[in-house]
Ligand binder design. Structure first.
Ligand SMILES: [Zn+2]
Ligand SMILES: [Zn+2]
Length: 151
């Protein structure tokens, strides 16, 4: 997704603008952590630079320590509890947008499907889109898979 993006929470108290900047392509994550955190079958993530985000409204956060030891902090609306973005302490300066909060969320097309090992059995990733059993093993592999789109 290119250009300036806008979005917000369910109740409208939180709004954000993500200016054109450093951003990866969106991907779907079918890991069991995402299933539990979203209460759904998978989540849509898009990595971006926090410096590109302007967000207003009442925010609160929740944290979880991942098996790797890195702390993941999710930020959302304090009123309706919709989740907007998550930060991983191992990746300072960056965050992962929850793409369903975008005003134009219908334009989000996952460039890859991760953790299909634990996907719900009724989900069939589209043909021609990379689907990994787990997730990329290195930063170089992440960039090759969902790195910034070239214009
Ligand atoms: Zn809200
Ligand atoms: Zn996940």
């Amino acid at each position: 997704m290119q250009g300036e993006l806008t979005g917000g929470c369910l109740c409208g108290a939180v709004r954000y603008t993500l200016r054109e900047g450093m951003r990866f392509r969106p991907y779907a994550c079918h890991c069991t952590d995402c299933q539990a955190r979203t209460g759904s079958a998978f989540s849509e993530h898009m990595l971006f630079a926090l410096a590109d985000l302007a967000i207003t409204g009442p925010l609160d956060t929740g944290t979880v320590t991942q098996p790797s030891g890195a702390v993941s902090t999710i930020t959302g609306c304090a009123v309706c509890k919709a989740r907007i973005h998550a930060e991983n302490a191992a990746r300072p300066g960056f965050a992962s947008l929850r793409c369903g909060t975008l005003d134009r969320s219908a334009e989000v097309v996952p460039a890859a499907h991760l953790w299909v090992r634990s996907k719900q059995p009724w989900i069939v990733p589209p043909e021609g889109v990379p689907a990994l059993a787990e997730q990329p093993g290195s930063q170089a592999e992440w960039i090759a898979l969902v790195g910034p789109e070239r214009r």
